[in-house]
Ligand binder design. Structure first.
Ligand SMILES: [Cu+2]
Length: 471
């Protein structure tokens, strides 16, 4: 990777605690700290150690978010794992609450996936656990807490507990780009508000929602981090992740276009250029940007409110200076179909209908969510599958809310959105607009209990989840 700028990867790797570092620290200190013996034992076996612990994350000068994170940084260290090469990751839970780590988008055994619902172990406060698995498939994945947060906006995906996990091809990455930049979005300082108090004339179907007061794209708020330095003519690969607990994002880099080459880490069948990227919670996009418009630019949210609360980062060309420029773009609709083949997918072996509904909490109350009329854990079993068969989930979002619907341990093909058939688009999270229908197909090829849920933290915690099993 050419360029003088140190990559985020290099910096992230420096932050990682590995075995050598632990031993060196112990030797340098000349003492054995009470918990170091344990850490050494675990580190001897593990390729990586992730310590979940409180962190004071300064997102702007003097603006410190007290949260929990991985290895003292937000985002946590970027894990670069090799496709097909077994890896062990020791997770030390000093977060102060029962916790575990989910490896999002990987095809893992149920007990290593990091969801208690599938039988993965919870890690008690002060305890540690080593995950062992073989990374697959290649692409932009991520890792995050899969604890319940319920009404506590300091826990799980509301916190700084997230990081990129890149599965690199066994054959090596062809990497036809000059620079790689990883950007995860997160929102901070959430508080519960009654929508009825925010708007005049109470909408009947709402309860409490989380509103945020600060946001980041990368490590710091817009204008308070290091700019991304580029040179004219560079091809930059941005790996973008929406690591928010509950908020979709919409991003633009005025004066430039994004060539979308992968969604949720999987190469798209029809790479297409767009002005605006929309990512629901947990979604990723790999995009190539040709740096052909010298200046200093804001790469940020297309929503003024989100950009004003910090969601953005400055892109600075070499030998350019001055204020970063923003320009409002007219929105071209973000459609999954733009990246998929137009032909309909082959018919499935079986079809399963799932209807998502809201039980409104009303003023001051928390909403509840149902799948086919039931809330977790009464949703179980959601359905059962037979290994090798291809299933189609016909999903009806009968609520006015948007839902990022996520399937663990498998990926799926998006085969119909809002009445339009398509094929070839492989994802692990699909965003369903309010009052819309979507169909996704998957092959039951990874036996074991499999968690299926909305990735909106509050929706999941309040019932929008189910488990399917292999018969
Ligand atoms: Cu949802």
């Amino acid at each position: 990777m050419p360029g003088a700028r140190r990559s985020e990867t290099a910096m992230a790797q420096e932050r990682m605690i590995d075995r050598r570092q632990l031993l060196a620290t112990a030797a340098a200190a000349g003492v054995v700290l009470p918990n170091l013996a344990n850490a050494q034992t675990a580190a001897k076996e593990a390729d990586h150690t992730i310590r979940i612990a409180p962190v004071s994350h300064e997102i702007a000068p003097g603006k410190v978010v007290k949260t929990t994170g991985y290895n003292g940084a937000v985002p946590g260290p970027t894990l670069r794992l090799k496709e097909g090469a077994p890896v062990s990751l020791n997770v030390v839970n000093d977060s102060g609450y029962p916790n575990l780590v989910h490896w999002h988008g990987l095809f893992l055994p149920a007990d290593q996936d990091g969801a208690t619902e599938e039988g993965s172990r919870i890690i008690a406060p002060g305890a540690s656990l080593t995950y062992n698995f073989t990374p697959n498939p290649t692409g932009t994945r991520w890792y995050h807490s899969h604890a319940m947060a319920m009404t506590d906006l300091t826990k799980s995906t509301y916190s700084g507990e997230f990081g990129f996990l890149i599965v690199e091809p066994a054959a090596g990455d062809p990497g036809r780009y000059d620079q790689e930049v990883l950007l995860a979005s997160h929102t901070w300082e959430g508080m519960w508000v009654s929508i009825q108090d925010m708007r005049k004339g109470p909408p009947a179907d709402n309860g409490l929602e989380v509103m945020y007061q600060a946001a980041t794209l990368g490590e710091r708020m817009l204008g308070h981090g290091d700019p991304i330095k580029v040179r004219q003519g560079d091809r930059v690969l941005f790996r973008l992740l929406n690591a928010n607990a509950s908020m979709p994002i919409s991003l633009a880099l005025p004066g430039h276009r994004f060539q979308v080459i992968a969604l949720d880490g999987n190469p798209v069948p029809v790479p297409t250029s767009v002005d605006i990227i929309k990512l629901d919670v947990a979604e990723r996009a790999d995009v190539i940007v040709e740096m052909d418009n010298p200046g200093v630019w804001v790469f940020g949210s297309t929503r003024n409110d989100d950009r004003n609360m910090g969601m953005g980062v400055v892109v600075e060309y070499a030998n350019q200076g001055g204020e970063a420029r923003w320009a409002n773009l007219t929105q071209n609709e973000w459609r999954y179909a733009a990246f998929a083949r137009k032909e309909a997918a082959a018919p499935p072996d079986e079809t399963i209908n799932l209807k998502f509904e809201k039980i409104a909490g009303g003023h001051g109350g928390y909403n509840r969510w149902t799948i086919n009329g039931k809330s977790w854990p009464d949703t179980n079993p959601l359905f059962t599958v037979e290994k090798g068969k291809r299933y189609r989930l016909v999903m009806d979002n009968a609520s006015g809310d948007t839902h990022p619907v996520h399937m663990h341990r498998h990926s799926f093909e998006v085969t119909k959105i809002a009445g339009q058939s398509m094929s070839g688009l492989i994802k692990d999270t699909v965003s369903m607009a309010g009052r819309s229908q979507a169909e996704i197909d998957f092959v039951a090829n990874n036996p074991g209990p499999t968690f299926f849920h909305c990735h909106h933290q509050d929706h999941m915690d309040e019932g929008f989840a189910g488990l399917f099993t292999y018969r």
